[in-house]
Design a protein around this ligand. Sequence first.
Ligand SMILES: [Zn+2]
Length: 270
Amino acid sequence: MRIVTGTISHETNVLSNIKTDLEQFRKRRLLYGEEVFDYLKGTRTSVGGLIDGCDDHGFELIPTVFASATPSGKITAAAFETLLGDLLDGIRDADPIDGVALHLHGAGVSENHTDIEGHILSEVRELVGAKPVVSTFDFHANNTRLMVDSADVLIGYDTYPHVDGYERGLEAIDVMTKLLNGSLKPRKAFRQPPMMPALQAQFTGRHPMSKLMEEVHRMEEIEEVETITVAAGFPWSDFEDVGLSIIVTTNNDQLLAEGLAKELTTSLGA
Ligand SMILES: [Zn+2]
């Protein structure tokens, strides 16, 4: 199997007056092709997990672009279009492929898109048609309906501070194998309780987040549940979808997904 990967990652603070242009990505990390593996293979990162997961399953992983800039202001339209073009060109060049496994942040805003991840995933979807598309995300993702509808499965970190990026990368490839062999038919429920937790309250080692994540992990033990993501969101992205969100993905059971998403929402008092 040939899986293609890419990353466009930014945690955007729209109140910052530092524009995030390509130079800002170059300053932190902007890599292409094999450079991505040279830098990330063997690391406990999401992309490190995608690489090892593909090795474990005997999949060929094809790198495109890895772009990450330090949290700052809106991504310029020019920079975003360049990076998205690099990703889409990379996927086209990799053809024939069997699936796409990305790592995105989830709190990116550009001058021309408030929801860059939704736009990225919808463009990837349009390009690859029905082929499986999975992506890992930061715990600070502001998940949107467009993101959920454009990908087959979204897998967010379970921790803040983030210590499970690698495990989520492995999980993404595990999910990819099930999508490819047809044993997983994802049915997703998506909820956005009206909550915007401050970052100081997002620590997953302490109440209330610890209790919420315990509940998530308990539900993930249910046989038909494939994965559950609770993302706390990033307030400073400041657009209509900012805030906490819940994505429950089951194997072919929409009712169960909706029921668990509702239960988690209720447990938050929302
Ligand atoms: Zn984060």
